[in-house]
Design a protein around this ligand. Structure first.
Ligand SMILES: Cc1ncc(C[n+]2csc(CCOP(=O)(O)OP(=O)(O)O)c2C)c(N)n1
Ligand SMILES: [Mg+2]
Length: 329
C-alpha cells in the first residue's frame, strides 16, 4: 500500500489501523509521562524505566502481530505491553500495587505479563527475556504451531552472554523468532559506542548466520516494513532476524538519573526526531489525518490515562491474606 510518495508501506494495513497506531503511540507516551509524574511525587514505589521517545518500535513491531503471536519484554516495557494489547487501567493498578493489576499488585513495573494477549512478560534481568523468547519459539516449532515470538531487548543486553547463546540456538534451529534490539544509545550511563566495537548492533547477526537489519527506530513505517519481512521469514520456517531499531530514550535511565553522561544538546537533537510528530506528518501528508483530529486523539488518550489512574486509586490494596497466594507457580 502506498502511503505517500516518499513513504511506502509494504504490508496492507487499513486506514483505521494506521490511525489506531497513532493513538497507541500517544497511549505509550502519556502512560509513561504519568508514571514519571507519580514517581516524582512519591506516589508509586519501587522503580521504573520509561520509554518516552521509543514509541515507534513498540507500536510498529507489534502492529502486525496476532493475539497468538508472543512477545518478551524488558525492564523498559510499558510500551511493549500497550502495543501487545494491555490496558492502561490494569497496568496503572499494577504500578500502584493494587489487586486489580496484571500481577494482582505483586509484580510492579518490571513484571507485567499478559499471557492471554501473548505477552510473556517484562523482565528485570537484562537479556533475561532472550532465552525465554527462544524457548517460546522452540515450542512453536516442536508443536508445529503457527505463532512467531518477538523478543525486545536493549543495546546493553547484547553484551550479555545469554544474548549470544540464545541467538545462536535460534539460528541453528531456524526458530520463528524476531530479535528486536531497541538501541537507545545507552545501557544505564554507558554509551553503546564505547561498549561495543561493532558499528551497528545488527552487525552481530553475521556471527550467527542470520540477517541483521538496521532500522530507524523513530520511524514507525520503517519499523512496520522491516518487521513484516522478519515475520514472513519466521513464519515460512527460514529462521530468525535481528532488527536494530536506532532510537533514544528522552528520560533518564531510571527514576533517579542526573544524566551527566550525555549533553542537553544531544537530547535536543533526538527530540527533533520525535516519532509521534513524524508519524503525524506522514498521516497528514497521506490525507488520513488533520491537525484537529490529531489533537482530538491526544486529548482522548489523556482522558483514558486519567481514568486509568482513577481506577488504580480506587482499587483495593492486597491484604495479609494475599501474602502467599500467586507467589509460586
Ligand atoms: C543481568 C543484569 N545486569 C545488570 C542489571 C542492571 N541494569 C538494569 S537496566 C541496565 C541497562 C540495560 O541497558 P539496555 O539493555 O541498553 O536497556 P535500556 O535500559 O537502555 O532500555 C542494567 C545494567 C540487571 N538488571 N540485570
Ligand atoms: Mg539501551
Amino acid at each position: 500500500m502506498q502511503l505517500t510518495k516518499e513513504k511506502l508501506l509494504i504490508p496492507d494495513l487499513s486506514n483505521d489501523k494506521l490511525i489506531d497506531l497513532y493513538k497507541q503511540m500517544w497511549q505509550i507516551r502519556l502512560f509513561d509521562e504519568k508514571v514519571d509524574e507519580f514517581f516524582a511525587k512519591g506516589m508509586i514505589h519501587g522503580t521504573t524505566h520509561l520509554a518516552v521517545g521509543q514509541e515507534a518500535s513498540a507500536a510498529g513491531v507489534c502492529a502486525l502481530l496476532t493475539v497468538e503471536d508472543k512477545i518478551t519484554s524488558t525492564h523498559r516495557g510499558h510500551g511493549h505491553c500497550i502495543a501487545k494489547g494491555a490496558t492502561a487501567d490494569k497496568m496503572m493498578a499494577e504500578l500502584f500495587g493494587r489487586t486489580t493489576g496484571y500481577c494482582k499488585g505483586k509484580g510492579g513495573s518490571m513484571h507485567i505479563a499478559d499471557v492471554e494477549m501473548g505477552n510473556l512478560g517484562a523482565n528485570g534481568i537484562v537479556a533475561g527475556g532472550i532465552p525465554l523468547a527462544v524457548g517460546s519459539a522452540l515450542t512453536a516449532k516442536m508443536k508445529k504451531l503457527d505463532y512467531v515470538t518477538v523478543c525486545f531487548f536493549g543495546d546493553g543486553a547484547t553484551n550479555e552472554g545469554s544474548f549470544h547463546e540464545a541467538v545462536n540456538l535460534a539460528a541453528i534451529w531456524d526458530l520463528p523468532v524476531i530479535f528486536v534490539c531497541e538501541n537507545n544509545q545507552y545501557g544505564m550511563s554507558g554509551p553503546i559506542k564505547e561498549m561495543a566495537k561493532v558499528e551497528h548492533i545488527a552487525d552481530r547477526a553475521g556471527a550467527y548466520g542470520i540477517p541483521g537489519v538496521v532500522a530507524d527506530g523513530n520511524d514507525i513505517i520503517e519499523m512496520i516494513n522491516v518487521t513484516d519481512e522478519a515475520i514472513n521469514r519466521a513464519r515460512s520456517g527460514k529462521g530468525p532476524t535481528l532488527i536494530e531499531a536506532k532510537t533514544y530514550r528522552w528520560k533518564g535511565h531510571s527514576k533517579s538519573d542526573a544524566k551527566k553522561y550525555r549533553t542537553r544538546e544531544e537530547e535536543q537533537e533526538w527530540r527533533k526526531k520525535d516519532p509521534i510528530k513524524r508519524y503525524k506528518e506522514v498521516l497528514i501528508e497521506a490525507g488520513l489525518l488533520t491537525e484537529e483530529k490529531a489533537e482530538e486523539i491526544r486529548l482522548a488518550v489523556k482522558q483514558e490515562i486519567e481514568d486509568a489512574v482513577k481506577f488504580a486509586e480506587e482499587s483495593p490494596a492486597p491484604t495479609l491474606d494475599d501474602l502467599l497466594t500467586d507467589v509460586y507457580a
